[in-house]
Design a protein around this ligand. Structure first.
Ligand code: PLP
Length: 473
């Protein structure tokens, strides 16, 4: 008779046996990441090499335990908890979320309809209300959690289209206005909605990489003269590539004048609302019709978990209220407790648990400290770069995103040299930095996400870049 694998796999004893070992593995890995003076961030391998490794692992006839398997996964993954991780805007997850993640998987509740996620639906409402107050939204504002910033931007645009009462026969005329520096998800959302490329009006930016508000009126009038219907303008708080903040008050004035929807993409920078020192970067956000903020960026939660907030007003839920009599009887009533009425997702995990637990245990203060620490690190790093004669900043940073580059002797081939520096840096693995193109020039791009990253570690990074550039490039 064959072994009853199903029973073994579901066995509570089997689980208890694995759980302690896996938790120790995580604990040890975290401890090493925080204690190491010379961090190990990425053990880089070419994609084909990694594929071969996992193919062989998969085909192996040797038995493995879960802790053994997970140890291999850790060894072959980038380590966000390393202080040398200064790459993309991914949260360095708080340890308590390792545990809330386990509960999410165990419960497997989803927010679709009330009974499937009673706690989750209510927690979303509590957290969203709290955020709405923070952002200065009207008391009657509403909101939900969606799966990521890209989904959040799409959800907001679709809601705007419905709420403004645009007729389906006019959909082909729809246009949006957005900074040329906005995250690509805005353009993609518009395209998914069938908005023509030439109706995605990308407004040029000024020397601070913020949208040029002096160009808005002309762009709008030009679109209107071509029978386009501009229904939404998006403000960036902040942009992804260089971390620039748009003038939200000026955009709000413009949106109000033309009665168009004003959405703020605060996926990264929305968390600054918790900081007395930096919340001025979001001045005017309370005047927007909708906004998003990612919990899985600056708010230290695992992905994908994004709050979408709607200011009180004319939000209509028609677009997201499918007829589904097995879920609800009244398609068009608000019923916040039936989340699937308001979002594109049907099954949606209760990722809100991470953020609810963070807020409940540590309060807003933890977000203030995180934002202040990481944004301060941005300006400290910028000063360190300015002090080095062979380095230059792309622009003065306003948050924790800093773009800079090495200037080779006689300034020749700067793009090539910096690309090679980045390549060597990634292969070496102590740090993880990324690259970006700004005004046709290649720059190294850092985002500080880990409060354990310090100026000593960043000074070593700059030394490493200088030494490598001088000696081996
Ligand atoms: C400003 C901005 N908006 C939206 C997104 C997309 O968010 P997500 O990766 O959660 O889909 C990003 C991602 O980096 C971002 O920086």
């Amino acid at each position: 008779m064959s072994e009853n694998i199903l029973a073994k796999a579901y066995s509570a004893e089997e689980f208890q046996n694995m759980a302690g070992k896996v938790m120790s593995l995580i604990g040890e890995s975290l401890l090493i990441s925080q204690k190491e003076t010379i961090p190990q961030t990425i053990n880089w391998q070419a994609p084909e090499e990694t594929l071969t490794y996992w193919q062989n692992e998969f085909n192996s006839t040797e038995k493995t335990s879960l802790p053994e398997l997970l140890e291999k996964v850790i060894a072959h993954s980038i380590n966000f908890h390393s202080k040398g991780y200064v790459g993309h805007q991914v949260a360095v997850t708080l340890p308590l979320t390792f545990l809330t993640s386990a509960i999410c998987a165990y419960l497997n509740n989803c927010t679709t309809v009330y009974e499937l996620g009673m706690a989750g639906n209510a927690m979303e409402k509590v957290v969203v209300n709290h955020l709405a107050e923070k952002f200065g939204y009207d008391q009657k504002s509403t909101g939900f959690v969606v799966s990521g910033g890209s989904m959040g931007n799409l959800t907001a645009l679709v809601t705007a289209r419905t709420s403004l009462g645009i007729r389906e026969e006019d959909y082909s005329k729809l246009a949006i206005m957005v900074s040329a520096e906005a995250h690509y998800s805005v353009e993609r959302a518009a395209k998914i909605m069938g908005i023509h490329s030439e109706n995605i009006l990308k407004i040029p930016v000024n020397e601070h990489f913020s949208i040029r508000t002096d160009l808005l009126e002309d762009a709008y009038q030009n679109a209107v003269s071509q029978q386009k219907i501009v229904f939404c303008i998006i403000g960036c708080a902040c942009t992804t590539s260089v971390g620039a903040h748009d003038d939200l008050n000026a955009i709000a004035d413009f949106a109000q004048m033309h009665q168009i929807w004003f959405h703020v993409d605060g996926a990264h920078g929305g968390a600054a609302i918790f900081s007395e020192k930096y919340k001025h970067l979001l001045n005017g956000v309370h005047r927007s019709d909708s906004l998003i903020v990612d919990f899985h960026k600056m708010m230290m939660a695992p992905p994908l978990s994004t709050a979408i907030l709607y200011n009180a007003g004319e939000r209509k839920i028609r677009e997201f209220s499918p007829k589904a009599t097995y879920l609800w009887q009244d398609q068009l009533s608000e019923e916040w407790w039936n989340s699937a009425k308001h979002t594109l997702e049907c099954t949606k995990p209760i990722t809100i648990l991470h953020t609810y637990a963070i807020m409940r245990l540590y309060g807003d203060e933890i977000y203030r400290q995180n934002v202040d620490t990481l944004y301060d690190l941005g300006s400290q790093f910028a000063k360190m770069i300015e002090r080095r004669s062979d380095m230059e900043l792309a622009l003065e940073p306003s948050c924790n995103i800093v773009c800079f580059r090495y200037i080779p002797n006689n300034n020749r081939n700067a793009d090539e040299v910096n690309k090679r520096i980045l390549h060597e840096l990634t292969k070496e693995g102590t740090y993880y930095v990324v690259g970006t193109t700004i005004k046709d020039c290649f720059y190294l791009r850092t985002t500080f996400m880990n409060p354990y990253t310090d100026t000593l570690c960043l000074s070593h990074l700059l030394d490493w870049i200088e030494n490598t550039a001088k000696n081996s490039i």
